[in-house]
Design a protein around this ligand. Structure first.
Ligand code: NAP
Length: 316
């Protein structure tokens, strides 16, 4: 008898939660046809897929940013060809720029202000990889020159994974706050910033820096809904951007066979913005794994070593 009552209660509760979730969806208050979206790092990968998904949803405008002009032009065409036929066509704007360059981001901001009067959604998807054990990088140069070489490599990783998100935040937060009734920012971060992995010391630490930066900004700017998106490996060519020369010797299983697919990743990003989710692990099971890391670190460290096929060097 009581089990019947309990299941009725659970069903009722889940219906209630689903209705509540639907009613509080952002697109009910900010219709897609008025939403102005900026995607930084949209010439390839997750950012590019997101641009196409937003065009499919019929948003008012999508601005795609990256350094490779010809790739951005391709994205514009792809967005146009995927636009929803029965909806008003999305305006797709390609603005070339480097997100770690203040002048470039200010130019993008001014252009969006004059064309659209502002922005509602910012996705920071740009980033660079680094794939080698830290002290292997030092060995690229003889003697102590190797340490300076490591510092130079780490400056490139910091530029792509921390300075870029920093410049983007400082440039676009004021515009979001002044021009959108429901502003949102999503940072495409990485599982590596929450669960450390061997061969990813530089990557994980620079991504963790931007994770903490945006977590703190979320408290300083409560009017904006901040989402930290932490996926595990995703298909694509991200490893080609390795700032440490690691692309020549990728250790893990082929991301294009074993990684998350870009379309579900992009759709999960859009869903997270829709429901003002603060932290999203993908797959979701990595959320509990993050907790396990604090309770039983040796187990998670072992799993990470297996994934990246890492064996610690033997002592001589
Ligand atoms: N792929 C994965 O396995 C994976 C897993 C977890 C997290 N992530 C994160 O997901 C994000 C996107 O990765 P992805 O897989 O889509 O890789 P991707 O295909 O290499 O895309 C990276 C994008 O960032 C842009 N970019 C890089 N540096 C830039 C800069 N200085 N200024 C402006 N744009 C810049 C690139 O465009 P240009 O080269 O044209 O500038 C490109 O559009 C990254 O932040 C990464 O950390 C990736």
């Amino acid at each position: 008898m009581w089990t019947g009552n309990l299941s009725a209660l659970l069903v009722g509760l889940s219906v209630l939660l689903t209705v509540r979730r639907c009613l509080s969806a952002r697109s009910r208050r900010l219709p897609r046809s008025t939403e102005r979206v900026l995607i930084i790092g949209a010439s390839s990968g997750i950012g590019r897929t997101l641009a196409v998904e937003y065009a499919r949803l019929g948003v008012h405008g999508v601005c795609v940013v990256g350094r490779r002009v010809e790739m951005l032009e391709e994205v514009v065409e792809e967005c146009k060809s995927h636009a929803h036929s029965s909806l008003k066509k999305t305006e797709v704007l390609a603005l070339a720029g480097d997100f770690a360059e203040v002048g470039d981001m200010v130019r993008v901001r001014n252009e969006l202000q004059s064309r659209w009067g502002g922005i509602d959604t910012v996705v920071v998807a740009a980033g660079v990889s680094a794939l080698r054990p830290l002290l292997d990088i030092v060995k690229d140069k003889p003697g102590d020159d190797g340490i300076q070489h490591l510092v130079d490599v780490s400056a490139r990783a910091t530029r792509g994974n921390f300075v870029g998100p920093l410049v983007a935040a400082a440039t676009f937060i004021p515009l979001l706050e002044s021009s959108s009734p429901h502003p949102s920012i999503l940072l495409v971060n990485s599982l590596a910033s929450a669960i450390p992995a061997p061969t990813r010391a530089l990557y994980a630490s620079t991504k963790a820096a931007s994770l903490h930066l945006y977590q703190a900004l979320a408290i300083e700017h409560p009017k904006i809904a901040f989402t930290q998106f932490l996926p595990s490996t995703v298909e694509g060519d991200f490893r080609a951007s390795a700032v440490d020369g690691g692309a020549a010797n990728v250790r893990e299983a082929d991301p294009n066979k074993h990684g998350l697919k870009r379309i579900p990743v992009a759709r999960r990003c859009i869903q997270a913005i829709e429901h003002r989710e603060k932290h999203v692990f993908m797959p979701w099971s990595m959320g509990p794994s993050h907790l396990i890391f604090w309770l039983w670190p040796a187990f998670v460290e072992w799993r990470a070593s297996v994934k990246y096929r890492f064996t610690p060097p033997q002592r001589t």
